[in-house]
Design a protein around this ligand. Structure first.
Ligand SMILES: Cc1cc2nc3c(=O)[nH]c(=O)nc-3n(C[C@H](O)[C@H](O)[C@H](O)COP(=O)(O)OP(=O)(O)OC[C@H]3O[C@@H](n4cnc5c(N)ncnc54)[C@H](O)[C@@H]3O)c2cc1C
Length: 420
């Protein structure tokens, strides 16, 4: 197996230990996870009524045990930021996440998948000792999973100030009333906590101090998992993206993270590194799509008009353009990761926004070329390209739509140049 080639421009920023972990991740993903991808789906029940809150593929636990034994666990917790961390820098983790992105199951196998990564970062960064003991530890051990519950169907949620699930103090508790949707991971039977954002102080003149984030353990009688939403027809079972109804849901006040009115601080702290994790994995998805494209056009049985598909200039141009676009996007991502290492997520806001905006669109273009090269086979279930495309498309919306980031980036850049 040839191994992962670290781009020479960042090679000096990768430590010997980082290189060793990158090699191990590459081997684990290629030898264990990619072969397991097809098994994951085969082990899920076909019966739609049993795909959520019921079971999960047993192969996941086998992979998790192997990853843990190999020390490939919680790699996302970067050096210096958390005492539970893996001692990788964000840049080194960025390379590992790219490799994980080439497999459907690899991130989860190494306890590095969303939304748990973001939720663990929240608890590690903002949780008190009791909260860390009760929820962070089992998440870090991979014993439970979690969901981040913010978006509301009746509110334009890309502006988080609109979030208004009722959270009213009553003695030692808060009472939650409202509806949430797109709660990713809430369909998984292993999901044991929801991190819920709601309004505790709707009259506060500062709109950034109205919301709070509270931990709601699953199984609370005040919460109903109403339905799972599909992504272009894919149900993403057992993980799921669920609509949740909160009706007089009573939660101990001690479950509030950081304190009442601190919700914005938490979502801002959560989304910085999380946004870049998606970008890192998306580079891997684009690489995989390009691999599929190249394998297909070199299939000796697929010639048109007297020559193999690989001889058509237009298809070679797709390969060339994809190579340039993937490499350019990778540099944006690694630059953002490096900036987080040198400052923090806040200091790297501009670089994170640039990567968040450009990577999903780049990956969509590459996947689309791979679909085209497969002809009709590209849009059906015989290849993973259709599913890759569907998921990649959501990244232009999830964690804030492109336009919100474009607006912010444009405004900052305009200001920067005006002040020069
Ligand atoms: C697969 C998937 C998983 C998700 N997982 C989660 C999850 O786990 N937890 C959770 O809470 N949410 C989750 N979401 C929801 C996601 O975060 C929201 O969909 C997103 O924040 C946008 O909110 P909205 O859908 O309400 O769109 P709206 O806020 O209604 O925006 C609609 C459109 O308006 C445009 N727009 C908005 N603001 C601007 C602007 N400033 N300038 C120009 N145009 C603008 C954009 O084109 C945008 O797409 C998920 C979504 C998807 C698709």
């Amino acid at each position: 197996m040839p191994g992962y080639v670290i781009p020479s421009i960042v090679e000096h920023r990768v430590s010997p230990k980082g290189k060793e972990i990158i090699d191990k991740v590459y081997k684990f993903v290629n030898e264990e996870c990619i072969p397991a991808d097809a098994i994951v789906e085969a082990q899920m029940p076909e019966d739609a009524s049993k795909r959520f809150l019921n079971t999960y593929p047993p192969i996941i636990d086998e992979l998790k045990a192997k990853a843990k034994a190999a020390g490939l666990w919680n790699l996302f917790l970067s050096e210096g930021h958390y005492k539970e961390g893996s001692a990788l820098t964000n840049l080194e983790y960025g390379i590992c996440a790219e490799i994980m992105g080439t497999s459907y199951i690899a991130s989860e196998a190494m306890n590095c998948s969303a939304p748990d990564t973001g939720n663990m970062e929240v608890l590690a960064k903002y949780g008190n000792e009791a909260q860390k003991r009760e929820w962070l530890k089992p998440l870090l051990d991979g014993q439970i999973r979690s969901a981040f519950v913010m978006t509301e169907r009746t509110k334009a949620s890309s502006d988080a100030r609109n979030i208004d699930l009722d959270m009213v103090r009553d003695g030692d508790s808060y009472i939650l009333n409202g509806t949430k949707w797109w709660s990713s991971g809430a369909g998984d039977p292993r999901c044991k906590i929801y991190l819920v954002m709601g309004k505790t102080d709707p009259k506060n003149p500062n709109p950034y101090k109205q919301q709070s984030v509270i931990v709601v353990p699953t199984g609370n009688p005040g919460v109903t998992v109403q339905r799972a939403l599909s992504v272009y027809g894919y149900d993403d079972a057992p993980h799921g993206h669920c609509e949740l109804i909160f009706k007089n849901c009573r939660v101990p006040a001690s479950n509030i993270i950081l304190g009442p009115g601190r919700g914005f601080e938490i979502i801002q702290g959560r989304l910085g590194p999380g946004r870049i994790h998606h970008c890192m994995r998306s580079i891997g998805v684009a690489e995989k799509a390009l691999e599929y494209l190249i394998a297909r056009i070199n299939d000796p049985d697929r010639s048109t008009f007297g020559v193999p598909l690989a001889s058509h200039g237009v298809i070679l141009e797709w390969i060339a353009r994809s190579r340039i676009e993937i490499d350019a996007a990778r540099f944006l991502v690694l630059n953002a990761a490096d900036m987080i290492d040198k400052t923090d997520a806040k200091g790297a806001m501009k670089q994170i926004a640039m990567a968040k905006i450009s990577v999903p669109s780049m990956a969509l273009t590459v996947i689309d070329r791979a679909v085209q090269a497969h002809g009709a086979a590209g849009v059906c279930q015989d290849f993973p390209l259709a599913k890759m495309w569907a998921h990649m498309r959501t990244l232009r919306i999830a964690d804030g739509p492109d336009e919100v980031h474009l607006n912010q980036l444009g405004r900052r850049e305009n200001q920067r140049v005006k002040e020069m």
